[in-house]
Design a protein. Structure first.
Length: 153
């Protein structure tokens, strides 16, 4: 796993987070564009180690660990989702929590807030909104997991 630390930025005024990017599949032609985009966001050189993705012929996978300011995962997810053929996850963690993004062309982008241990947090507002519509177990499970983790959805 590569590790990148941004350089040339004021350390005193930013909250440091650790980020993890996993690109599950990317077409070969997009690999240099992905690296250039990450370099632009992280402000440092990025050279990823790409490996063939055995589950999707002709695609490649990689991982990247980075340290930067809070909000970097959102910038990475926003940039990567513009390339429709990618499947990726990006996570940003600190002692108090962070964010988790995942994307597939079929399901689109999904964002979750995570706690300090990496568990996905569900807001009370979302639970109440779901229960007001119809108080069935299936709708509650669907709101909590969505199409991402629910088998058969």
């Amino acid at each position: 796993m590569e590790q990148m630390i941004s350089s040339g930025r004021s350390v005193a005024s930013k909250t440091h987070v650790t980020g993890f990017l996993t690109i599950h599949s990317a077409p070969a032609a997009l690999r240099p564009h992905i690296e250039w985009g990450l370099q632009s966001i992280l402000g440092t050189w990025v050279a990823l180690e790409w490996k063939p993705q055995p589950k999707a012929a002709g695609t490649f996978r990689t991982t990247l660990e980075f340290r930067d300011r809070a909000g970097t995962a959102a910038k990475v997810a926003t940039a990567l989702k513009a390339w429709h053929y990618l499947r990726f996850e990006v996570r940003e963690e600190s002692e108090v929590g962070g964010e988790f993004f995942r994307f597939t062309p079929d399901l689109g982008i999904h964002r979750s807030v995570i706690d300090g241990l990496g568990s996905i947090m569900i807001s009370e507002h979302l639970i109440v909104q779901t229960l007001e519509k119809v108080s069935t177990r299936s709708l509650c499970v669907r709101s909590c997991r969505g199409c991402w983790e629910s088998p058969g959805s």
